[in-house]
Design a protein around this ligand. Sequence first.
Ligand code: SF4
Length: 209
Amino acid sequence: MKSTDKKSALAELERLYPEAKPALHYNTPYELLVAVVLSAQCTDARVNIVTAKLFEKYSTPEAMLALSQEELEKYIFSCGFYRMKARHILSASKDIIERFHGVVPQTVEELMSLDGVGKKTANVVYSVAFGGDAIAVDTHVFRVSNRLGLAKGKTPERVEEGLQKAVPKSDWSKAHHWLIYHGRRVCHSQKPDCLGCTLKAYCDYYRKK
Ligand code: SF4
């Protein structure tokens, strides 16, 4: 994709999704962290149902640790991978209390030092909760970036590097949401709606088809 096309594609994404924002419900960085951990292999809508109940009583690391592994599993069962997610949430909560005085750390490196927190989760919390410059690469961002040719790569890390070059730093956080919206609404995994897509003039995948 030519650099002029990249600029045009980004401008079109911004025009399409001016309202783009996180779909996960949260009130604090800690709630966002828990919600993002739960969202792996699960829909945001399902996570919002689960956290609405969970956060009524357990919305801080201290409160969360009042739950046993089995008790937390019952709350988050419907999100899938519930044993691993419960273990990560409890372990990360313990870490936040013991190593960060009960406060969610504000750097990507420190966030990634928490159990169960990978680069994507750290980038989401860093950019969404703390306004940091990061582009989290989830499945939608990965797919749409590769198809468009905005950033190509076989791993999320390579796509993240490509996006950091293609997108002005001030738009990194917004671009993450634009690409997620486009992936959910138009550029579906199985059947992308290329004919109805206003980005097709710039899209590598469409050109090749
Ligand atoms: S033209 Fe097709 S493949 Fe390209 S971004 Fe649009 S929907 Fe996705």
